[in-house]
Design a protein around this ligand. Sequence first.
Ligand SMILES: NC(=O)c1ccc[n+]([C@@H]2O[C@H](COP(=O)([O-])OP(=O)(O)OC[C@H]3O[C@@H](n4cnc5c(N)ncnc54)[C@H](O)[C@@H]3O)[C@@H](O)[C@H]2O)c1
Length: 390
Amino acid sequence: MAEPLRVIIVGAGGHAMSWKAHVDAHPGWKLVGIVDTDTEKLEHATLWGVPEECAYPSIEDAARWSEDRIDAAIIATPIYTHHLLATQAIEQGWHVIVEKNMASTIDQAKAMVWLAREHPALCTAVGTQYRFRPLWWTIRQVVREEQAIGKLSFVQARSMAFSGTMRAGWRAWLEDIYTQDMMCHHVDVLRYSTGLEFVKIQAMIFKPAWSKWLGASSVAMNFIMAPRGEENNKDEWVHGQYHGDWQGTGLKSSWEDQFEFFGAKGSLRIEPSLEKQKTAWEPGPIMPLAGEAAASRLVLYLDNENGSNKETRLVEKRKDVQHHPKGYIDQMFMLDDMLRCIESRGKQQPATCFEEAYKSFLVTRLAVESSRAGRAIWVPGHWIEPVAEP
Ligand SMILES: NC(=O)c1ccc[n+]([C@@H]2O[C@H](COP(=O)([O-])OP(=O)(O)OC[C@H]3O[C@@H](n4cnc5c(N)ncnc54)[C@H](O)[C@@H]3O)[C@@H](O)[C@H]2O)c1
C-alpha cells in the first residue's frame, strides 16, 4: 500500500476532533501535526496523538519546523479565517479541506476558486459532508435517477433540528449566524439530490424577538432552481421554499430535516420521528453515522391518474453512498474522495472542490444580500462565469 498522506489539522477545536477520528480511521491518511493560535491548546498536543513539537501556532511555523513532509491541511477554524488560511496552505503546496462556510464573503470565495485554478495539481474540498450521507443519496436515486415522483415542480425544505442553546463561542458573534453556520448544508443537499442549480432567491434573515441568539438565527427563502444550462428556460424551473432555524420549538426535525419534494406523479417526504424528539447530538461510532440521523422516515406518496392517492410507501434508506466499495459515508467518504483525486494529480477534483462548493456558498451570501435589499436576486449573475437574467 502507498504511504499514507500526511495531514495537519488547523484549528484544534470541536469539529477538528471529528476530523481526527476520521483521519485515524482511514488507512490512507496520517495526522502529523496541529495548528492553533490558542497556545494553551498546543500544550495538550498529545490529546491529538501528535508530539508536543508537532503543535504549531501558525501554518508558516508548521511548514518551517515540521520534520515530516506535509501533504494536506484540514482547516477547521472559525469561518472568518478560512480564506486566509486556505490561501496560505495552498501557497505552501498543500491539498486543502476547508470547513464550511468556505469564506465570509463572495469575493473571498471567488479568490479561493481562482487560486485553486492556478494550482490545478492540488485538490481542494469544502466540508459540506451532509451530501455524502445515505439519506441524500437515497433521495437522489428516487427523485433524480428513478424519477419516481415524475417531473419535479416544488420543494419544501425545513430544518429545525436544534434548540440553539449551546452554540456559543465565536459563532455567537456572527451577524447572520444561520446562513453562515447551517444553510450551506441544506443548499448543498438540495443541489446534490435534485441535480438543479439555484437561479433566483428572495430571502428574509431574522432573529425571533424571544431568541437568545445575538445574530440572525432564522432564514425564510423562496427560491427557483433549474437544470444547469436551462437557467433561462422557465418551463424547467422548479419552485421552492426554505425555512432554516437555529432555535427550533415544537415538532423538531431530526438532523435529517423535513424536506418534501413534489412532482407530477406524487411526493417524497422526509418525516421527523414523533417518538424521538431529543435534539442532543449523541455520541456514536464513525460508521454508521453518529447522532440520531436515522430517526426520520422517508415516505413516497404516489397518485392515480385522477389525482387521488394510489400508494403510500416507506422508502428504505440506502446504507451506502454512491456505491462506495468500502461503505464509506460522510467525512470518511470525503477523505477517500480526496485521496483518489490526489492520486490523479488533480485531474479529478473532489466532489465538493472549491469550484463546486462556491455555488452552494454563494446562495447563502446572496440570501443575506436579498434580505437586506428587500428584493429577489438572480443567482447565475453571480456565478464565476455569469449568466444573464432571462
Ligand atoms: N461540516 C460540519 O458539519 C461542521 C460541524 C461543526 C463545525 N464545522 C465547522 O468547523 C469549523 C470550526 O468549528 P468548531 O465548532 O470546531 O469551532 P471551535 O471554536 O471548537 O474550534 C476552532 C479552533 O480554531 C482555533 N483558531 C481560531 N483562529 C485560528 C487561526 N487563525 N489559526 C489557527 N487556529 C485558529 C481556535 O483556537 C479553536 O481551537 C467552522 O468552520 C465550523 O463551521 C463544520
